[in-house]
Write a protein that binds this ligand. Sequence first.
Ligand code: ADP
Ligand code: MG
Length: 277
Amino acid sequence: MNIVAIALENASRAYPGGVRALDGVSAQIPQGEWVSLIGPSGSGKTTFLNLVDGLDRPTSGRVTVLGRETTQFASDEMTTFRRENIGLIFQQFHLIPYLSALENVMLAQYYHSLTDKEQAARALEAVGMSHRATHLPSQLSGGEQQRVCIARALINDPKIILADEPTANLDEANEAIVIQIFERLHQQGKTIVIATHDPSLGDLAQRKILLRHGRVVAEHRTKHANAAAVASESPCNENETLVALGHAADCPMRTIELKGGKPDKCPQCGMKLVKKL
Ligand code: ADP
Ligand code: MG
């Protein structure tokens, strides 16, 4: 039985003048799932993340995180809850320019009311940045700054990691390092939601949610979806039913043309079709 980590129920974020940054979005993200939010600029990805982290509030609908309806929280409650449960990684790194890498990570600890230099140093080590601990942000490349941000986000061992275009400003080598860090976090059982344009990052998620004009227009399970967890029967052809191990119950691909041969995987979600009934 999946435990839901994040649930949006008919969540909307409207602005004066009629802009709907998010428009009636419902989504459930089980604990331990890695989800990519995909969509063009302005489609509502950042708004989605900010309704989950409570930096923004829905104008209607509900948001529940780790079983708590955060839309009911007062702002100080939200701040405490975020601090204890959510690690945030931004595209713009938001590092304090006059503090070293180590001090920036220690500042995050300060907000958790502990400052343990050793622990901060270990967090930097986990992202391969020990050798740059005393450097200022201005002395670090974009990728190195992003790794400091990730160390900062992980300082309280949050259950949920939210990242907004985390590889957008990185060179290839640092992108690969950041991707490895996310893979490791996923293996550790973190729930991860990443807004990204970057296919090499986006495709590593188990599920992709496509947004357009503030709405969910499609969801795809990727080949990384947990096969056992989502094994389902899918009516892929009017006359044939293919049982697909890992073929997502909510995969929009309901029909597979059997052009002479029998496809061995769903062309939409890419999951292996194992048995024809
Ligand atoms: P994305 O992250 O996918 O680029 P956003 O969630 O940032 O999209 O924005 C979604 C929409 O909401 C955009 O059309 C944007 O212009 C609008 N929007 C975001 N913030 C505001 C704001 N403070 N006032 C008015 N419109 C906003
Ligand atoms: Mg954005």
